[in-house]
Design a protein around this ligand. Structure first.
Ligand SMILES: [Zn+2]
Length: 255
C-alpha cells in the first residue's frame, strides 16, 4: 500500500491494457518520479475528468481506491476509457512511503496552488493549461472525521452533492452539523469560495477558478478500516461517472 514503485507498476500494467490511456512522467519530487495517466487523444464531445489522490502522504485509501476504481471501471466499460481523463494517482509519493502529510521539504502541497514556489506543482499546472473539465475530484482522508464528507464547489447547477452523498454507503456520512467551521448536512458541505479567503490555495480552488465546472473534495475518516475507506472512494467515483452518464453529460455533449 505504501510502495510507490509498485503503485507505478500497477498503473503501468493497467494502462498497457486500456489503450486510450497513456502514462507519462511529468516531474520529480523528493527523488520520486511523478506520474499522470491521461487520454492519448482528446475528444471535446466526450466528458472530461480530473482526478487526484495522495497529495497528503498519510492518506493511503484514496491512492488505492483510485487505482482499484480505474481498473474496475475501464475494464467493465471500455467506452468510458475514451472519455477525456487526467488522473494524478499520487501527488506526494515521498509522503506516501513515509506515512506523513507533508512533502520532503516539509510543505503541505495543498496550499501552493496559487504560488510559483513548488516546482512539482508548477509542472502539474503546466499539464492543465488550456484544459477544461466537467468534473474535478480531489480524494482525501481526515483523522477527525466521524464519517465520510464531501465538499462541493459547484459552479454548475443542478448540484450533484446530495445525490452523490446519498449513494455512498461503504462508510456512513459524518453527521456533524459543522465540519472544519463549515455547515454540513448529511456529510455534504457546499462552499462558495473567493480568491481572497485563503492565503495558500488548495488544489480544489485552482480547479474551480480555472479548470472545472464541478469541483469535489472527498474525505474519508482515517479511523475507519482501510478496506471500507478504499471501498468508499471507489464507490464515490463510480457514482460520479454514473451521474455524468445519466445527467445528459454524455448525450448532451453529443447533441
Ligand atoms: Zn488530505
Amino acid at each position: 500500500m505504501r510502495d510507490y514503485r509498485l503503485l507505478m507498476q500497477r498503473w503501468h500494467h493497467l494502462v498497457r491494457e486500456i489503450t486510450p490511456l497513456d502514462l507519462s512522467v511529468y516531474g520529480e519530487a523528493g527523488g520520486y518520479p511523478l506520474m499522470v495517466v491521461h487520454s492519448a487523444r482528446r475528444d471535446p464531445l466526450l466528458p472530461s475528468f480530473y482526478l487526484s489522490a495522495g497529495i497528503h502522504g498519510d492518506e493511503p485509501a484514496p491512492v488505492e481506491g483510485l487505482l482499484q476504481w480505474a481498473a474496475e471501471t475501464f475494464r467493465a466499460d471500455p467506452s468510458i476509457a475514451h472519455w477525456n481523463w487526467m488522473i494524478f494517482p499520487c501527488l506526494n509519493p515521498w509522503g506516501l512511503e513515509r506515512n506523513v502529510r507533508l512533502d520532503a521539504q516539509g510543505l503541505d502541497l495543498n496550499r501552493y496552488y496559487n504560488s510559483r514556489k513548488v516546482p512539482q506543482i508548477m509542472d502539474q499546472l503546466a499539464l492543465l493549461r488550456g484544459h477544461r473539465y466537467d468534473v474535478a475530484v480531489s480524494l482525501h482522508e481526515d483523522y477527525d472525521a466521524r464519517g465520510f464528507y464531501l465538499y462541493e464547489i459547484a459552479a454548475k447547477r443542478p448540484h450533484w452533492g446530495e445525490y452523490l452523498c446519498s449513494e455512498c454507503a461503504s462508510v456512513p456520512p459524518d453527521d456533524r452539523r459543522k465540519i472544519d467551521g463549515h455547515s454540513s448536512r448529511n456529510g455534504l458541505i457546499r462552499r462558495k469560495i473567493t480568491t481572497g479567503m485563503m492565503k495558500g490555495h488548495p488544489e480544489a480552488f485552482r480547479l474551480h477558478f480555472r479548470h472545472a465546472d464541478r469541483t469535489f473534495t472527498l474525505e474519508t475518516p482515517s479511523e475507519e478500516s482501510l478496506r471500507k475507506r478504499v471501498a468508499l472512494h471507489r464507490e464515490f467515483l463510480t457514482k460520479v461517472v454514473k451521474k455524468m452518464k445519466s445527467d445528459g453529460g454524455v448525450a448532451g455533449k453529443n447533441s
